[in-house]
Design a protein around this ligand. Structure first.
Ligand SMILES: Cc1cc2nc3c(=O)[nH]c(=O)nc-3n(C[C@H](O)[C@H](O)[C@H](O)COP(=O)(O)O)c2cc1C
Length: 252
């Protein structure tokens, strides 16, 4: 296939994968993906990130409960992506320089670096035919993950990429139309009717309506606020993550 057509096809059809074949991708393939992905933009070219690749069965078993054993966490490879100011600080220290990154700006820079790297890994891996899924549960259980992976101070796990050869097909999910999220020059003031029209792509979808019914809710938004992301979850996990960041040596 013409490479340009291949790229269009890839971007148009991309989706997360949560079911994988048992056979893990070869370590050399993962390394090749990471070598390409490292061309992602990063803050001042400091590369304030690190990744821990887990493929050992015992280690995978130890990590999965931190991801609530959700389906994608059963992948044969888990790549924990970390915001990491420690290695750069170490370089400063051995170079007679005084680093100052344990503040909100340093943390934000490292989280952005790690996120851009993660997206680049995702794109390269998927273009090579692998399936991936980002596990946001990483920031819910950062202390447990840090313990399994021996993460030192200055290193914060921000997400985990589940990776492997896809098993079966996964349906692509909907996106908001461009006008809902891409604005020209200034931020628009949406009326209630505008919001309803823009979110119709989600609200009117048969499978989403089924989801609303199954959860005994009146609207899809209520499924997000009351079932998927309730404050009763996000509040205690926020406190837990903040405590982890403080323990990791960041001044917030
Ligand atoms: C920050 C973040 C956290 C996510 N956490 C999870 C997760 O814990 N479990 C999961 O199955 N998918 C997770 N995902 C994947 C999203 O659910 C998925 O990208 C989204 O529904 C859009 O689907 P698509 O990637 O197939 O287009 C996460 C994605 C992001 C960016």
């Amino acid at each position: 296939m013409d490479p340009k057509q291949f790229n269009m096809e890839y971007f148009n059809s991309r989706r997360s994968v949560r079911s994988f074949k048992e056979q893990a991708p070869e370590p050399a393939l993962i390394d090749a993906i990471l070598r390409l992905a490292m061309r992602a933009p990063n803050t001042g070219n400091m590369q304030l990130y690190s990744v821990i690749i887990t493929r050992d069965k015992q280690a995978l078993k130890a990590l999965r409960p931190a991801h609530f054993c959700q389906p994608a966490s059963m992948a044969p490879v888990l790549i924990t992506v970390c915001a990491d100011v420690r290695r750069f600080e170490r370089w400063c220290q051995v170079s007679n320089a005084v680093p100052e990154f344990r503040n909100l700006q340093g943390l934000t820079a490292a989280v952005i670096d790690a996120s851009l790297l993660a997206q680049q890994i995702t794109t390269v891996a998927e273009m090579k035919g692998l399936g991936t899924c980002w596990l946001g549960t990483t920031t819910y259980n950062a202390p447990e993950i840090a313990e399994v992976l021996h993460l030192p101070q200055g290193v914060v796990p921000v997400g985990t990429l589940a990776m492997g050869w896809p098993e079966g097909d996964t349906a692509q999910c909907e996106r908001l139309p461009l006008e809902a999220w891409a604005y020209h020059e200034t931020y628009p003031d949406f009326s209630d009717a505008d919001i309803k029209r823009l979110y119709a792509v989600k609200d009117d979808l048969a499978e989403n309506q089924k989801f609303v019914e199954e959860n005994g809710k009146q609207t899809l938004a209520q499924v997000f606020t009351d079932v998927r992301y309730p404050a009763s979850n996000s509040e205690p996990f926020s406190t837990k993550f903040k405590d982890y960041l403080l323990k990791a040596g960041f001044r917030l």
